[in-house]
Design a protein around this ligand. Sequence first.
Ligand code: F6R
Length: 600
Amino acid sequence: MCGIVGYIGQQDAKKILINGLKKLEYRGYDSAGIGLLNQSGVHVFREKGRIADLEAIVDWNITASVGIGHTRWATHGEPNRENAHPHQSASGRLTLVHNGVIDNYEKLKEQYLAGVQLKSDTDTEVIVQLVEVFIGEGLEVAEAFRKTLSLLHGSYAIAMIDAETPDTLFVGKNKSPLLVGLGEGFNVVASDAMAMLQVTDQFVELMDEEIVLVKKDAITIETLDGKMVKRDPFTAELDASDIEKGTYPHYMLKEIDEQPAVMRKLVTAYRDDNGDIKLDSNIREAVKAADRLYIIAAGTSYHAGLVGKQLLERIAGVPTEVHIASEFAYNMPLISKNPLFIFISQSGETADSRGVLVHVKKLGFKTLTITNVPGSTLSREADYTLLLHAGPEIAVASTKAYTAQIAVLAILSVATAEAKGLQPKIDLMKELSIAANAMQTLVDQKEMIEDIARKYLSTSRNAFFIGRAVDYYVALEAALKLKEISYIQAEGFAGGELKHGTIALIEKGTPVIAIATQFHVNGNIRSNLKEVTARGAHACIVSMEGLNEAADQIVLPEVHDLLTPLVSVVPLQLLAYYAALHRGNDVDKPRNLAKSVTVE
Ligand code: F6R
């Protein structure tokens, strides 16, 4: 969480930094700030709220060709102006932005900063004050920076400017993502390439415990213990238009609409010229060799993992467990003899998942990451990667990444079945194309779904989603989507489980939305819905064509019964979107959340 940017060159840094921060707002948006360095010194502007609030207080007459910026998701200290970054050292000489969490900041404060009056509640201010203390003890700024970073325990991506060294940005990283972007006569830093695509597509990746001295025409990378590092730049393959909203009012709506195209892109990416599945043979062999798969993920990606378990077990016959990353890390189950760990993460940066990855790698187990972001931490650190090809997902609420994750898990399942010499009972590429068409039909029914949102969710305090078998997993995802953007208390339940307690919450008018896509439980879920209707619930049913009854509110075009989550989730994503919209919420940036969750 939090995004950082930096610029050193000849142009005016202000606009570049602010534009960069706008692209990083998905990483946190409770306060923001920039620090600019010019001949008259350092100028810091910070504000609570969004980048737009920061823009309103920046003095646009100041020009500077060196600067850093930050957009924050609060961890230490409330989201107010005092805690917003950049933070400055006591004398004002040093100005610093930080993404991450310093675990030992209290200890460092006690040990080194007894005589320093801190102005904020943040762990970040401790870093910048420490650098100044070490300069006071006689170290050069670069050495003081290095010494400080080597004392830090935790995660950080840091950029610092020094009023007395105006030709250098001091940059360092451990666990939090950071890239250096290269230009003609300027260089930049950013948490994500997206932020600096406006000025360059050439980026150098940084590894943990590296520091970089960034000048306008050169960069020097060293490890914390002083070894020089040479690394070639890569070209960011993002198209600037991928990250624009275009004519859409919100990214979320754009991303929901993109789902059929993502399915088709996946079919192309994972199909060879003969129409067969194209997938790295090492990955097929790794899954085939495993006696058990452990899927590790968080939030929406965890929900995709639940669907994936069913696909891997039913198509490839490999026993699969799905675990919430933050739980697995501290409550590890018994592990089989020859496991394969599969990490599902849209961002590839989720700290909870990375914690597990680091741990299981130490235990010597093989790892595969399924992610949307090539070069992300989870991708780099796992043995193998499968990409989602969903294009940048900017809205905080994940939509197209979820369906892409399910499709990739289906592809992996069929490839594994083939590697095991099994005859998969699904022509997957054909079925994914059918699912893409069904998704298209659904995204074209926005008016009808908006009506349902208005009717069921415009005033309700809570809502329930119920399903059985794979529909239960989709119910969990539908509830998460609704709660995170509409702030309606929403829960997903296995249809049969309601009567074991939760049915006590049903009162007159409580919305209960049932999903019925599975033949073998169609009767059961409809009975569950009758039970709640009898107690006053406002019932709505999303059913699959062929299982539908006359009064069903949403009927999904028929798709293969293993792929129903790809289509049943679409109207439920739209329902969440319209519920949030009608309540006047910021759909793309819901309160308290951030897109890339890089703290544990
Ligand atoms: C919800 C959502 C989150 C993420 C979760 C994991 O819409 O986006 O629940 O799914 O934070 O993030 P990734 O997939 O990036 O590891």
